[in-house]
Design a binder for this molecule. Structure first.
Ligand code: FES
Ligand code: FES
Length: 165
């Protein structure tokens, strides 16, 4: 079955009713996505499907045909959320962390603290007490917005330079 996985077109042979979680871990070798409850309650298995956070333990593989899946590996260890979870104490044992980060990655870039709380309400963490997680998401939003502003400023400078030529 063909679909996009972390930005690349892939063709994976697996039964249509196999859980996306298992296809990712067993057939694609992407073990960053974790299993907690296996029944849609904990969010540990969260991935992005066409940009929306979903519990991959509840998604039959057949539903991803022609669609786009992003896992924690797709952030390549360089996403501001990944840095912020480390520096703000958003990760302890780490079981919830990939799912938590993927759920956070689906939030709007300027989400309020209340929106962050609601957006992550389906992701359970038994270690951190959540405050480190919320701080991490807000910090990552700050650095993401600064990076966007730098990109916009650079694009503006380039346009000005071209116009001056
Ligand atoms: S393992 Fe999927 S929601 Fe818990
Ligand atoms: S860091 Fe252990 S469950 Fe969240």
């Amino acid at each position: 079955m063909r679909f996009r996985l972390n930005g690349k077109q892939v063709d994976v042979r697996a039964p249509a009713m196999k859980r996306l979680l298992d296809v990712l871990r067993e057939d694609c070798g992407l073990t960053g996505t974790k299993e907690g409850c296996g029944e849609g309650e904990c969010g540990a298995c969260t991935v992005l499907l066409d940009g929306q956070a979903v519990n991959s333990c509840l998604v039959p593989f057949g539903q991803v045909r022609g669609r786009s899946v992003k896992t924690i590996e797709g952030l390549r260890g360089r996403h501001p959320l990944q840095d912020a979870f480390i520096t703000e104490g958003g990760a302890q044992c780490g079981i919830c962390t990939p799912g938590m980060i993927m759920a956070a990655a689906a939030l709007p870039p300027n989400a309020t603290l209340d929106q962050v709380r609601v957006g992550l309400a389906g992701n359970l963490c038994r270690c951190t007490g959540y405050m480190g997680i919320y701080r991490a998401v807000k910090k990552a939003q700050g650095s993401g917005l600064k990076a966007q502003a730098r990109t916009r400023a650079k694009a503006g400078t380039n346009r000005t330079q071209k116009a001056a030529r």
